[in-house]
Design a binder for this molecule. Structure first.
Ligand SMILES: NC(=O)c1ccc[n+]([C@@H]2O[C@H](COP(=O)([O-])OP(=O)(O)OC[C@H]3O[C@@H](n4cnc5c(N)ncnc54)[C@H](OP(=O)(O)O)[C@@H]3O)[C@@H](O)[C@H]2O)c1
Length: 337
């Protein structure tokens, strides 16, 4: 194949919000798949808050992206050449293939998906990593019982929107925290949450007091910072706090703001547990099966926020996550199917 593969590479480790100069654009010839490998044309790139952490040096749950490396990203694409027995040209796949137009990958590194069942971007959202995060984080760590109150921050986002809906499916009450009246309306009217608190214009502590009169049984935290502290102050006895993310802190240039109300865990015999979705990798099929069933039955609403403009738009599209300029799962459209 003579085609050129355009790529976005990490040029520098950002301080604060990533700048254009933290990225470089490169091109190289499209690779040839070897034995057991496939060549994938990338159609959609997933934008994830975790990308900000992957750009930092230091120990984490995964190695940092190296300077000069293609930026790590989950993608959805189409097989255009195959030397793998289980994958044919024209099959659609997802996998961690990076911010680029083409990638050669071992057949085991990608997962075949069916765009007839759900549009490709859904496999990066509700039926992909964020959906599995909501599913396993809520059901395995949060463990909501019928009638309990579940509060989730980042409620209009990819993970949070699914958390509240699963809570409802399990017979719990779902209270969302999101930025802005429009997002709060979306969370209640379209996703079916019982209530929503606009942290940008309302007092979160007062909102939690109003909507959680018996306290919070499960707090699913996507944002950290002051909102986590407000939730801790309102825990019910034996509450479970799921530490899924802390997006309010990802671009901090100084020390992260940690919770000060943590004694509430002791007073309420509560637990706070950190969670990484990849720990449940061997159970994704189980989560995907149940989530697909809910989607097909119309019990789960999936929303994708699709940015156009191709790879050149990657830097500013990523920033949308940190500015709250996405509703549902943010993906970048890279090529037509
Ligand atoms: N532990 C895991 O395995 C795992 C896996 C996937 C994701 N995560 C984490 O889950 C969280 C949500 O990820 P996602 O993919 O679903 O992203 P998302 O919620 O779709 O998008 C990010 C949202 O975060 C909110 N936000 C941004 N800055 C904020 C701030 N300073 N304070 C409060 N909210 C802020 C914005 O919504 P508003 O407009 O409402 O502010 C924005 O839309 C992230 O923390 C991510 O790192 C963890």
């Amino acid at each position: 194949m003579d085609a050129v593969n355009h790529q976005v590479r990490l040029a520098a480790r950002p301080v604060g919000l990533p700048k254009r100069s933290d990225w470089s654009y490169a091109e190289e010839p499209v690779g040839e798949p070897g034995e057991g490998e496939v060549l994938v044309e990338i159609l959609y790139v997933s934008l994830d808050p975790a990308m900000r952490g992957w750009m930092n040096e230091g120990r984490s749950y995964i190695a940092p992206v190296g300077i000069g490396d293609v930026m790590r990203a989950l993608v959805a694409g189409r097989v255009v050449a195959s030397n793998h027995a289980d994958l044919a040209v024209g099959d659609h796949v997802t996998g961690p293939l990076g911010v680029q137009e083409y990638a050669v990958a071992g057949g085991h590194a990608v997962m075949k998906v069916d765009p007839g069942l759900a549009p490709l971007p859904v496999y990066l959202g509700t039926l992909g990593m964020p959906g599995m995060t909501a599913y396993f984080g809520l059901l395995e760590i949060g463990r909501p019982a019928e009638g309990e109150t579940v509060v989730v921050s980042g409620a209009a986002g990819a993970v949070g929107g699914v958390v509240g809906q699963i809570a409802k499916l399990k017979g719990a009450r779902a209270i969302g925290i999101a930025g802005g009246a429009e997002k709060c309306d979306y969370v209640m009217q379209e996703l079916g949450f019982d209530a929503a608190i606009d942290y940008k214009s309302q007092d979160v502590a007062a909102g939690l007091h109003e909507h959680c009169p018996k306290g919070i049984d499960v707090y699913f935290d996507n944002v950290g910072g002051e909102i986590l502290d407000a939730a801790l102050a309102r825990l019910a006895r034996h509450a479970r706090v799921v530490i899924c993310g802390a997006i309010s802190q990802y671009n901090a240039t100084g020390a992260m703001t940690g919770p000060s109300n943590y004694m509430s865990l002791l007073v309420n015999h509560a637990s706070m547990t950190g969670f990484v979705v990849s720990d449940y990798g061997d159970r994704y099929a189980e989560g995907a099966r149940e989530m697909t069933g809910w989607l097909s039955a119309g019990k789960l609403v999936s929303r994708e926020d699709i940015a156009e403009g191709g790879l050149q738009r990657f830097p500013e599209t990523l920033l949308r996550l940190f500015e709250g300029r996405n509703t549902g799962k943010l993906v970048l459209h890279v090529a037509e199917d």
